[in-house]
Design a protein around this ligand. Structure first.
Ligand code: GLA
Length: 763
């Protein structure tokens, strides 16, 4: 709800309040962001400036902008904190002086042509400020999403002056707070190690989290949070922020004079200069912010509801996603039609619903040095083309999906030979290659048309229900001008809009960029799910998925069970554990089903059947995480009274301490059954111990045991309890872990990186 009374703007969501007013000179003064207040008493809440201080620079007596919490600051009027706005004004100076003009409230979400923005039921407050010298206006837009406690903010610079204004920096929002007693949490990493959470106390100076790669990047995700030092997963005050944008982003957190906190986020000013001609305007991407006093889980819950209801494309909103098999890790480029069909057939037998043909199906694409850009099927590998293959897969009772990387081109391709100038380059310089490829210049309309036509042609030629849209390098060698990076993004959004909103809205689009190199809210406006990481190691995925879940719901997080030893880390993790991590989101398999043993096939069949039975829970349930103790982590997901709770062992220690697991969503007065989801253990895990119990002498890694492993396995960690929610919440003391003395089906033989999963249902 938005109310404006006596000059006080009060934005209320179900559980939060955001309050500001104007100063005597017409600046917007920030007052409060936090737990919902029903009555905004400004005299109590506002920061006081009681007497003048030394070295102040003031717009008028007792109005010194450096000492005021501001809604949006600017340059050259006495606020020396980090600025969200830097423009060259028509007189060539950087000085602006925007003052309040008027506001409007509309009963809809703010939208701007060409930019992905949050949609759905919402109200928008737009506050218009006018420069005192020039006919230039700054409009701050606040869209309030009530039930998920999210406020989306962006701003707009309108130039009605006779001369251009050049924007060097225009953040989507600024938030000032009266104290900086927070811990900043960011998601950082690189290829195959995306979104690891890092925390540090906010301290004097400015901490910048940004991307300069042209995409939102695997270096630093645009999502970040500020938690009170005492807050953790389960409780305490946390503010979360994210940006609906897939390009270069910038977030700054500053602890300034008086210990004031300033937070801002928007398009990265790096190499940015945007000329707003007379009569034109510029709208920033939208940032979103939330507040929760329910800890990191509370913040994440708000963002999960927001993304599921206001970000993902409408046709996919709340829709269950299929279990896929992807051939990449199984075959890479080395496949033919019969290989593909045999994987698909085996996968279908075990319950997989959609087959994804990954890279290598087109042009001369037999490795990553050639073919990118030539979106014409390689009939040598796939006689009959995609049309025949898709139809054969459909006839097996499976949907068909296809990989594309339309934004890039190999120099060794027909496309590049025909249009070398379409690749991003600086005339006179040899462009850098990334994975042997260049990026196409999506700022050019003819390039966008080519991509739309080429992809559309393939999609129209066959029965294709899913597309994996990949993008495997960063941008380099940008041509002249400060508009390139942002125009590239606008070009990409236009292409995605034409292909997947207008022409093929029923195709399920999965975003990918060497894994999670572009996992952001901008892409999610077109692609309802994103390939989280090329790293499919279940242990590594704990760090990656834990970070992603802070800002993105399970329905968007695509996870695959792959072969062991893992191809990225050479680590071996039990099949049950691989599933117990991948199941928390959109499940798939990325392995050669022909190479599975009979026992593994049986296990995978059971996994898929279990996942399908509880698919809604795993994709749309309320996810909560906590650390029961050091080296243990629990992920729990709850929907309609059913919870799936996993406990992860990070490192195993001999004769380990006992584990207790709190079921966070249990309702005290209800009765529940908590039963471990059946999982199996390879007999060879016991190694040399087998010799002591078997009547015959067996070698630990010998042929006999390897053969036995293929057909038999043992039950692992079976336990069951019926009790009240009160007891579940207090903490269930779990069966012991393996302790070196023997085997019992109840023992949890987890070892390093092992996991068990339990299902908790109401009785
Ligand atoms: C990227 C993707 C992988 C796979 C390969 C194909 O690395 O992240 O999943 O599609 O490209 O080349």
């Amino acid at each position: 709800m938005i109310s404006v009374k006596n000059g006080v703007f009060h934005l209320q969501t179900a559980r939060t309040s955001y309050i500001f007013d104007t100063t005597p000179s017409g600046k917007l003064r920030h007052i409060y962001y936090g737990k919902r207040l029903d009555d905004a008493d400004i005299s109590t809440l506002a920061v006081k400036n009681t007497i003048a201080l030394g070295s102040q620079v003031c717009t008028q007596p007792m109005e010194c902008l450096d000492d005021i919490l501001l809604e949006y600051s600017e340059v050259g009027r006495g606020d020396y904190r980090h600025t969200p706005l830097e423009c060259t004004m028509p007189d060539g100076s950087f000085v602006t002086d925007f003052v309040y003009e008027y506001f409007t409230v509309t009963e809809e979400a703010f939208s701007a042509a060409g930019l992905p923005m949050a949609r759905g039921d919402a109200e928008t407050l737009s506050v218009r400020l006018k420069d005192k010298l020039f006919h230039v206006e700054l409009v701050l837009h606040y869209t309030v999403f009530d039930s998920c406690d999210v406020i989306a903010r962006c701003c707009e610079l309108v130039n009605s002056e006779g001369k251009p204004v050049t924007i060097r920096k225009l953040m989507s929002f600024q938030l000032d707070c009266p104290d900086a007693d927070f811990v900043l949490g960011t998601l950082d990493g690189g290829w195959a190690k995306e979104t690891h959470i890092h925390e540090r106390p906010v301290t004097y100076g400015i901490h910048v989290t940004d991307s300069t790669t042209g995409g939102s990047s695997n270096r630093h995700n645009p999502g970040f949070y500020l938690r009170r030092p005492g807050a953790d997963e389960l409780q305490g005050e946390v503010m979360g922020f994210n940006l609906i944008y897939s390009g270069n982003h910038y977030s700054a957190v500053e602890k300034a004079n008086h210990d004031f906190l300033r937070v801002m986020q928007g398009v990265n000013p790096h190499c940015f200069a945007w000329e707003v001609a007379s009569g034109e305007s510029f709208v920033t991407p939208q940032s979103v912010m939330t507040f929760s006093d329910g800890g990191i889980n509370g913040m994440a819950a708000n963002f999960h509801d927001f993304v599921d209801n206001h970000i993902v494309p409408q046709p996919w909103q709340g829709k269950e996603r299929p279990v896929v098999v992807n051939n990449w890790e199984a075959t890479m480029f080395d496949f033919n039609k019969s290989k593909i069909l045999s994987i698909a057939r085996r996968a279908k037998e075990l319950g997989v619903e959609l087959f994804v043909l990954d890279d290598g199906w087109f042009g001369k694409r037999n490795d990553d040095t050639a073919g990118l850009g030539d979106w014409v099927v390689n009939e040598k590998k796939l006689p009959g083309g995609i049309t025949a293959l898709a139809s054969q897969i459909n006839k097996m009772g499976m949907q068909f999906g296809l990989w594309f990387e339309p934004e890039c081109v190999n120099p060794d391709s027909n496309l590049y030979r025909a249009h070398p100038d379409w690749a991003i380059h600086v005339p006179g310089r040899t462009p850098c290659l990334g994975r042997n490829q260049l990026v196409l210049d999506l700022t050019r309309p003819e390039v966008r048309d080519y991509i739309v036509d080429a992809v559309d042609k393939v999609l129209c030629s066959a029965s294709i229900q899913y597309v994996k849209w990949d993008y495997n390098r960063h941008i380099s060698d940008m041509p002249a001008g400060g508009e390139f990076f942002h125009r590239y993004m606008l070009g990409l959004y236009e292409v995605l809009d034409r292909l997947f909103r207008q022409k093929h809205p029923d195709v399920l689009l999965e975003g990918c960029s060497s894994g999670g190199n572009r996992f952001d809210l901008g892409m999610l406006c077109y692609a309802p799910q994103i390939w989280t990481s090329d790293d499919t190691d279940a242990y590594e995925r704990l760090d990656i998925q834990r970070g992603v879940y802070c800002f993105y719901p399970p329905s968007t997080v695509s996870n695959h069970v792959s072969m062991t030893p893992n191809q990225q880390t050479l680590r071996s993790v039990a099949l049950s554990s691989r599933f117990n991590v991948a199941a928390f989101g959109v499940l798939g398999y990325e392995l050669d089903f022909n190479e599975l043993s009979a026992d593994e096939r049986k296990q995978i069949k059971n996994q898929i059947a279990f996942y399908k039975q509880h698919r809604r829970l795993f994709q749309y349930g309320r996810l909560r995480r906590y650390f029961p103790k050091q080296d243990r982590e629990s992920w729990q997901i709850t929907l309609n009274g059913v919870t799936a709770a996993a406990i992860y062992n990070i490192h195993y220690h001999a004769s380990p301490a006992r584990d207790s697991l709190k079921i966070l969503a249990a309702q005290p007065e209800k009765r529940y059954r908590m039963a471990s989801v059946p999982q199996q253990l390879k007999i060879s895990r016991f190694g040399g111990l087998i010799k002591h119990v078997a009547p015959v002498s067996l070698k630990a890694d010998g042929l006999v045991l390897r053969t036995v492993d293929k057909h038999y396995s043992m039950r692992d960690g079976q336990e069951e309890y019926v009790c009240t929610g009160e007891n579940l919440k207090a903490g269930v003391q779990l069966a012991m872990q393996y302790s070196g003395t023997g085997y019992d089906p109840k023992l949890r033989i987890l070892g390093d990186w092992g996991r068990t999963l339990s299902l908790i249902t109401e009785e």
